[in-house]
Write a protein that binds this ligand. Structure first.
Ligand code: HEC
Ligand code: HEC
Ligand code: HEC
Ligand code: HEC
Ligand code: HEC
Length: 286
C-alpha cells in the first residue's frame, strides 16, 4: 500500500498546530486589547457637539461652579445637563450675535432642547449613582479628570468594570473631605499642605458631620462652634483648640499629612462599607 503521508507532512502537521495555537492566542490578545481600547470604551473622544461648549472657559475662565449647571449632582443619581435657560441667563447679554451660539438662540426661541451628545454612557445593566459618591467624599476629578482644563468634554476614564472595582477595592486612596469635592486640583494632604479634620459629634454619623480645613485651626480657620472634642485616631497628631469665644465647645482637630492616614480616618467617619461588600456583584448589577 502506498504511503499516503510522507515524513515531511508530519512536521507540517506539527507546524500548523503550532501556527493555529499562535493565531488563537494572538486573536485573544487582540480582542482583549480591542475591548480595552479607546475605540470601544470611547475614552478620550470628543464627539461633535451642536455647540462647542468649553468647560475651560466657563469653569476656569469665569469661575463657575459645577453645581451652577449640574444642579442635581449631590441629590440624584444623574448629574444632569443644564437646560437652555441656564445658558440664556448669561447669553441673552453676552455674545448675543455669535454664530457659535445660534443653536442656543434657536433652542430658546423654539423650546426644543439642545441635542447634546452623551460623552459618558454606562450600559443599562450597570447601576450608578452620583449622590452617594459625591456625599462620601469622591471628587468629580477622581472620575472625570481635570474638567476645568477641557476646551471640549471627553471621557477621561475607561468606565469599565475593572476601573470601578479598582476604587471599590480600596476607596480610602480616593477619599477626600466633602468640602473639596469640586476642587479640581485636589492632590491629598502632604507635609507642606496638611489637612485638619474634626468630627462634629452630635450622634448623626454622616459625612457632613466631619469638618475639615486646609488652614490651621485657630489661625483663621473655621468657626469652632458645635465641634466637640474627639479622640485622635492612628498616629496622626492632634491640635487642641481653646475656644475663641465663651460659647464655642473645645474641638480636637486631627492633623493629616498623608492620604493613607486621611483615607483611614474618613473611611471610618463616612462609614464606608468594606471592600468585599463594595465589590459584590449586587452593588452594581441589581
Ligand atoms: C455653564 C454650565 C456648566 C458648568 C459650570 C459645568 N458644566 Fe459640565 N456640562 C455642561 C454642558 C452644557 C454639558 C454638555 C456638553 C458637553 O458635553 O460638553 C456638560 C457636560 C459635562 C460632562 C459630560 C456629560 C456627558 O455627556 O457624559 C461632565 C462629566 C461634566 N460636564 C462635568 C462638569 C464638572 C466636573 C464641572 C465643574 C468643574 C462642570 N461640568 C461645570 C455645562 C456646564
Ligand atoms: C455665567 C455666565 C455664563 C453662562 C451661564 C454661560 N456662559 Fe457661555 N460664555 C460666557 C462668557 C462671559 C463667554 C465669553 C468667554 C470668553 O471669551 O472668555 C462665554 C462664551 C461662550 C461660547 C463661545 C466660545 C467660548 O467658549 O469662549 C460658547 C459657545 C458658550 N459660551 C456657550 C454656552 C452654553 C451652551 C451655555 C449653557 C450651557 C453657556 N455658555 C452658559 C458666560 C456664560
Ligand atoms: C465615582 C465616579 C464619578 C464621580 C465622583 C463623579 N462622576 Fe459624573 N459620571 C460618572 C459616570 C460613571 C457617569 C456616566 C453615568 C451613566 O452613564 O449612567 C457620569 C456622568 C456624568 C454627567 C452626565 C450626566 C449624567 O448624570 O449621566 C455629568 C454632567 C457628570 N457626570 C458630572 C459630574 C460632576 C459635576 C461631578 C462632581 C460633583 C461628578 N460627575 C462626579 C462618574 C462619576
Ligand atoms: C474613585 C473611587 C470610586 C470609583 C471610581 C467608583 N466608585 Fe462607586 N463607590 C465609591 C465609594 C467611596 C462608595 C460609597 C461606599 C459606601 O458608602 O459604603 C461607592 C458606592 C457605590 C455604589 C453603592 C450605591 C448604593 O446606594 O449602595 C454603587 C452602585 C457604585 N458605587 C457603583 C459604581 C460604578 C458602577 C462605578 C464605575 C462606573 C463606580 N462605582 C466607580 C467609590 C468609587
Ligand atoms: C463597582 C461596580 C461593579 C461591580 C461590583 C461589578 N460590576 Fe460587572 N460591570 C460593571 C461595569 C461598569 C460594567 C460595564 C463595563 C463596560 O461597559 O465595559 C460591567 C460589566 C459586566 C459584565 C458584562 C461583560 C463585561 O465584562 O463587559 C458582566 C458579565 C459583569 N459585569 C459581571 C459581574 C459580576 C459577576 C460581578 C461580581 C463578581 C460584577 N460584575 C461586579 C461594574 C461592576
Amino acid at each position: 500500500m502506498a504511503q499516503v503521508f510522507d515524513r515531511s507532512s508530519n512536521a507540517l502537521a506539527r507546524f500548523s498546530l503550532v501556527l493555529a495555537g499562535v493565531i488563537v492566542i494572538a486573536l485573544g490578545v487582540t480582542l482583549d486589547q480591542l475591548q480595552r481600547s479607546p475605540w470601544v470604551t470611547r475614552q478620550g473622544q470628543r464627539p461633535d457637539q451642536p455647540i462647542p461648549f468649553s468647560h475651560k472657559h466657563h469653569v476656569e475662565g469665569l469661575g463657575l461652579q459645577c453645581q451652577y449647571c449640574h444642579v442635581q449632582v449631590e441629590k440624584a443619581a444623574y448629574a444632569g445637563i443644564p437646560p437652555t435657560k441656564t445658558c440664556i441667563n448669561c447669553h441673552a447679554q453676552i455674545w448675543t450675535n455669535a454664530d457659535l451660539l445660534e443653536p442656543v438662540r434657536q433652542s430658546w426661541a423654539t423650546g426644543a432642547s439642545i441635542q447634546w451628545i452623551r460623552v459618558h454612557d454606562l450600559p443599562d445593566y450597570v447601576y450608578f449613582n452620583h449622590e452617594i459618591h459625591v456625599n462620601k467624599g469622591i471628587g468629580c476629578a477622581s472620575c472625570h479628570g481635570r474638567v476645568d482644563e477641557m476646551p471640549l468634554m471627553y471621557q477621561e476614564s475607561t468606565l469599565q468594570m475593572e476601573w470601578c472595582l479598582n476604587c471599590h477595592r480600596n476607596p480610602a486612596a480616593n477619599l477626600r473631605p466633602t468640602s473639596e469635592i469640586y476642587n479640581m486640583a485636589w492632590a491629598g494632604p502632604s507635609s507642606d499642605k496638611p489637612v485638619w479634620c474634626a468630627s462634629a459629634g452630635k450622634g448623626g454619623e454622616t459625612s457632613q458631620n466631619v469638618k475639615c480645613t486646609t488652614t490651621e485651626p485657630g489661625k483663621g480657620g473655621p468657626e469652632l462652634a458645635m465641634l466637640q472634642s474627639r479622640p485622635a485616631t492612628g498616629d496622626a497628631q492632634t491640635v487642641s483648640d481653646a475656644p475663641t469665644t465663651g460659647l464655642a465647645m473645645p474641638a480636637t482637630y486631627v492633623k493629616f499629612t498623608s492620604q493613607i492616614e486621611l483615607g483611614k480616618y474618613l473611611t471610618s467617619q463616612y462609614h464606608i462599607r468594606n471592600p468585599e461588600q463594595l465589590s459584590s456583584c449586587e452593588t452594581c448589577h441589581r
